[in-house]
Design a protein around this ligand. Sequence first.
Ligand SMILES: Cc1ncc(COP(=O)(O)O)c(C=O)c1O
Length: 379
Amino acid sequence: MRLSPVLAATGTYPFVRLEMAKRRLLAQGVPLIDFGKGDPREPTEAFIRQALVDALPEVAPYPLAEGLPELREAVARWCGRRFGVEVDPDTEVVPTYGSKEAIFHLAQVVLDRDGDRRVVVTTEPGYPVPERGALFAGGEVVQMPLLEENSFLPDLDAIPWERAAIVWLNYPNNPTGAVVSLEFLRRAAELAREHGVLLAADEAYTELWFEEPPHSALEVRDVGPVAVFNTLSKRSSMTGYRSGFVVAEPELVAALKQYRPTVGTAPQEFVQRASVVAWGDEDHVERTRERYRRKRDVLLPVLARKGIRVAGSAATMYLWLETPEGETSEDLAQRLLAHGLIVSPGTFFGPAGAGYWRVALVPTLEDCERAATILEEVL
Ligand SMILES: Cc1ncc(COP(=O)(O)O)c(C=O)c1O
């Protein structure tokens, strides 16, 4: 059988490899504390679970790609409350099955594979999905390095705007935890407008922050063409529910509504009803932030004592850490794994991640305390 050469070229998703290593160790009876994948293990709050249960019907028909009006309205209200922007729930919002699939699919909807603008710009180290979506859509990917000396922001002047169809930004950034200023977003949106490029903002982590609430590209919608992707996965600890949204200009939203019935990725309506409740409440999000803060506070002192520099890490659930002198991020990850700690080597996120490792603050507070003791000995 012949398979897609794009599939062969992308290789195994790095976290699948980590999962396999983890299973091997668990089978050997090694107790593990998993700071690898960014999958929250916080409980989804009871009132959200109850909303899902209450919405579970006897007959559950296919959900429509356009989503329930109640959910689109809840999203529009949330964008207004959180970022002070007006969003039309009928023409500017599409609910998505989490944000990953929508991020992956964007290039399918926007790219003309035979046109002269096939470039999709992504950032590196980074979440691999925008790149993979672009490749499967026949695009050419240009990866902009995120360097610490540039505060983990891409050099906007080095982006090939004339050849680009989509420029992706991801702030707060996975894996670096870096945040973006409103000025930077405004400048990016201006350049996008000048060159007729779509600025796509993956904002999965805007609600997990430690000091100040991060900005959104929603705030520069009036400057240039912007598509914003957000999700309940991290904000409300609902990864398994699969619920997010895209907000964009009406033309793109209409195109998404035309495309998405074919791929069938609308969230189930009972999930959509639970999502209405989740977007409508901020108290549980503050509780979630507080839990991440406490875990971070358990780990930071031992890292400081060991001379491990924390880079970025102003928001998200991640710590982006420099690797000790003379050790690669893979070697360090292997060394920690042997002591039962799973972390991600920076190179999981692309070659530009060399020299760093990522800690996802997902284990319980107690496990973070145990991990701090292990790090005290091992580092
Ligand atoms: C940067 C980034 N964007 C998007 C997502 C997708 O999240 P979801 O599909 O659960 O909404 C993730 C998940 O880890 C992520 O790290």
